[in-house]
Design a protein around this ligand. Sequence first.
Ligand code: NAD
Length: 312
Amino acid sequence: MTWKVLLTDGLEENGKEILRAKAQVTDQPGITAEELLKVAGEYDAIIVRGRTKVIPAVFDAAANLKVVGRAGVGVDNIDLAAAKSHNVTVVNSPIATTLAVAELAIGLMFAVAREIPRADAGMKNTKWLKKELEGIELNGKTLGVIGFGRIGVATAQRAAAMGMKIIAFDPQLSASEITSRGGEPVMLDDLFARSDFITLHTPLTNDTRGIINAASFAKMKDGVRIICAARGGVIDEAALLDALNSGKVAAAGLDVFATEPPGESALASHPRVVATPHIGAQTVEAQVRAAADIATEVLAALNGETLRWRVA
Ligand SMILES: NC(=O)c1ccc[n+]([C@@H]2O[C@H](COP(=O)([O-])OP(=O)(O)OC[C@H]3O[C@@H](n4cnc5c(N)ncnc54)[C@H](O)[C@@H]3O)[C@@H](O)[C@H]2O)c1
């Protein structure tokens, strides 16, 4: 049986090669929502990244669909309830992008601690901002990690190597699990009160939406720095903007936004925000790993083999 697989957000060549050995592959990067509804019925599997929204109407339209694959980790663009009710398996490639996102989180920490983007912008504008640019060191600071899974732990390990003290909040892990992963387990309010830097690494769920909000900022140290390479919705953006403007938050490093791209955004253009366009997973190595992992996993799902990363 030759399976028919649709790629809607592109895939690295190595992943396509793995698929082509066992399936007929159609590559339609950038396909619109309307076009997807028209063609979905032809395919046994659809592989997406974060752009394509696999909404209930797609499942309704896709009579032959057996598998949706997400090259990457976050599956908030796939309606898992609709997948279940249509008996469609959902798989992702969760380990491929861990290091890329962790390294970006560390990069954003340095960027906000030393204002590297502002320094560079000055140089490009013949401004020597040496006196204005007195930063802080990461060494000796407390890093509060919200969500102590793969990326949270990888970020924490790198931060610990730079001399940071790691405290972590993750209600789905026991205290001993957090300790064994290298963090001091704390309650959320304790994390807010003690952290010099806070980095978020949770999925976006009903529990994590707005987990950082106006009330949380009130509990934080003055001059706290916030890093987010998780999902835009986990921070209440209006509250973050207020906290930046009041000086409560010294700086923020943001890779993700509630709406992407955010367009004219007071937050992204704020002078004490370092903003990046959701590039956490955008490394050569991560994309090659994600392509291989998702291609293998989708074929395994189509062939009824054991799955490593079944989400639904
Ligand atoms: N910026 C990017 O490009 C990019 C790329 C990949 C992943 N991500 C984001 O990073 C997230 C984490 O990825 P991961 O591989 O580490 O996932 P993971 O599942 O290994 O870790 C997530 C952790 O969050 C914890 N968690 C869940 N609800 C929580 C809550 N209410 N409070 C605190 N912790 C909670 C879970 O227990 C888990 O340990 C993804 O869900 C995705 O949203 C972003």
